[in-house]
Design a protein around this ligand. Structure first.
Ligand code: IMP
Ligand code: MG
Length: 182
């Protein structure tokens, strides 16, 4: 799998050091509150598991599964929720965790959906944020790393379902993005 990457952006120790910082910041901000974490699956799986174990506060974890890519490397802009039930977040302090902010459509749709159940507060946290003009403007409260507008995989992030199990994050070789799916 390493051979499919153009280069590694963040190795395991770099990711974990950054998670220590974000977890400390979140733990300070929510000291007197009880968090409800909403994880946007599947991409945020590793991020959520590693981040939450660094937050020594009482919290609840709910998961949402959404898709917008439909096998391409570009978002279709159409965000599909894979389940019908929206997590119970009435009156709660909600923190949405996602792997990466790209066009903004996913986080926008998730946030909008959660707002309908009237939480007390909503904040967003992403591991990666691409520096680019977004289809939808989104404010993030916690960002792991800012990256260029390139397609990355590993540490939960996939291309056509693969590479999620790489322990580090890297840029996928461009020619692989254009190859037909197999
Ligand atoms: P957005 O809706 O375009 O902001 O995209 C957000 C979702 O698309 C993320 O939760 C990822 O699952 C996926 N995504 C966006 N950019 C990348 C990437 O570079 N690599 C892998 N997945 C990505
Ligand atoms: Mg994905």
């Amino acid at each position: 799998m390493r051979g499919d990457l153009e280069r590694v952006l963040f190795d395991e120790p770099a990711i974990h050091r950054r998670l220590d910082d974000i977890a400390a910041q979140i733990s300070r901000d929510y000291r007197e509150k009880e968090l409800t974490v909403i994880a946007v699956l599947h991409g945020s799986l590793m991020f959520v598991a590693d981040l939450l174990r660094r937050i020594p506060l009482p919290l609840k974890l709910e998961c949402l599964s959404v898709t917008s890519y439909h096998g391409r490397a570009q978002t279709s802009g159409e965000v599909t929720f894979r389940q019908i039930a929206i997590p119970d977040a009435v009156g709660r302090d909600v923190l949405i965790l996602d792997d990466i902010l790209d066009s903004g459509f996913t986080l926008g749709a998730v946030r909008e959906t959660l707002e309908t159940v009237k939480p007390r507060s909503i904040r967003t946290c992403v591991l990666l944020s691409k520096r680019k003009q977004r289809g939808r403007q989104i404010d993030t409260d916690y960002v792991g790393f800012e990256i260029e507008d390139e397609f990355v995989v590993g540490y939960g992030l996939d291309f056509r379902g693969r590479y999620r199990n790489l322990p580090y994050i890297g840029v996928l070789r461009k020619e692989l993005l254009e190859r037909p799916d197999k």
